[in-house]
Design a protein around this ligand. Structure first.
Ligand code: SF4
Length: 347
């Protein structure tokens, strides 16, 4: 082991022993590793989502499905509804596929990064995180926080995302053989609480001494990011059809945006649509306003058309859902916003 790797991991692990965040899916530093199921579930939930937002979902999932085999046995619709509001719904579908693959091998997660990587929907990051945190395997775990810390530590001028292979190689040089899970979590914590994006708190940082960006000044300038392309905006139309204190809800197709989720009917909001698509009943329609939502690759402006008709019976499959239980429908955020708009209009 070279001196810098020893120094950096010792400084960081010493800091982690004193300052580790207490999180529901974690074990305190230096104690027995948490269950792989809890580590895996939390890591999937935390992708693109904040710790604060994940806590309640993690508690609800582990109370309802305490073991991976319980989750594997759950109905798709139940899990999709429980996931509603966390976003990036492909994660929930992958979560179920993975839970079922683990259940099929006896309910035990494999303990190596390569075997974990072979599970459905389990990407390189999650495989490394579970291998390190749940099984103590030496694995190089790089999330957005770690990218930032490593870029600054080594004063890397190469812009993201092209610099990712370099960042990974540099992270590899400082990852210790022992306590790999604690090291990974320490890097994440340092990025989340000290080496923050806009205002790194270098005076409190255990890595201030070896940090090259701090020595050069302006560490907040790093990591350099390649200019982002502006997101295109799509327009769409959703339909609120109300009859006898119920609203008509449909199930979205399994593949594609918000796949498998319960939703309001809509006009497909395709890239070429102009938001004037036809609804599943003849109308008349009242315009209730617009809902804006930003997805990974585009922004959506959804106009909401409302039809209140005592005899309305839309075409196609769907269900009449009671208005006073709309919060239990498991609508994804986009449609939950539209439902609030429709109900506010009616109030
Ligand atoms: S010294 Fe400052 S820039 Fe360097 S790792 Fe610590 S907080 Fe980040």
């Amino acid at each position: 082991m070279d001196a810098s790797r020893d120094t950096i991991s010792e400084l960081l692990l010493g800091w982690y022993d004193r300052h580790a965040r207490a999180l529901p899916w974690r074990a305190p530093p230096g104690t027995a590793a948490p269950e792989p199921y809890r580590v895996w579930l939390s890591e999937v939930m935390l992708q693109q989502t904040t710790v604060a937002a994940v806590k309640d979902y993690f508690a609800a999932f582990t109370a309802r499905w305490p073991k991976v085999t319980d989750l594997a046995a759950a109905a798709d619709e139940e899990v999709m509804a429980a996931w509603a509001g966390l976003g990036y719904y492909a994660r929930a579908r992958n979560l179920l596929a993975c839970a079922r693959a683990v259940a099929a091998r006896g309910g035990t997660f494999p303990d190596s990064e390569d075997e974990l990587r072979a599970l459905p929907g389990l990407g390189a990051y999650t495989a490394a995180a579970v291998a390190a945190i749940a099984f103590g395997r030496r694995a190089v775990v790089v999330d957005a926080n770690v990218e930032r810390v490593v870029s600054r530590l080594f004063a890397l001028e190469e812009p993201l995302p092209g610099s990712r292979p370099t960042i990974r190689a540099l992270a590899d040089t400082i990852t210790p053989d022992a306590r790999a899970g604690d090291f990974a979590q320490a890097m994440m914590d340092l990025g989340a609480t000290v080496c923050t994006s806009r205002a790194p708190r270098c005076l409190l940082c255990p890595l201030a001494e070896p940090c090259k960006a701090r020595a050069q000044g302006e560490p907040e300038r790093l990591p350099v990011k390649a200019a982002k392309k502006a997101k295109p905006t799509r327009k769409g139309r959703a339909f609120w059809i109300e009859r006898d204190d119920h609203v008509w809800l449909v199930r979205r197709p399994g593949k594609g945006m918000l796949g498998g989720m319960r939703a309001l009917p809509d006009d497909g909001w395709s890239a070429r649509g102009d938001g004037s698509g036809e609804g599943p009943v003849a109308g008349p329609w009242d315009n209730a306003g617009r809902v804006a939502h930003v997805f990974t690759h585009f922004a959506l402006e959804l106009s909401l058309a409302v039809h209140l008709g005592a005899s309305a019976q839309p075409e196609g499959e769907g269900e009449w859902w009671p208005l006073d239980r709309i919060d239990e429908a498991g609508l994804p955020t986009l449609f939950a916003k539209a439902a609030r708009l429709a109900l506010a209009e009616a109030a």
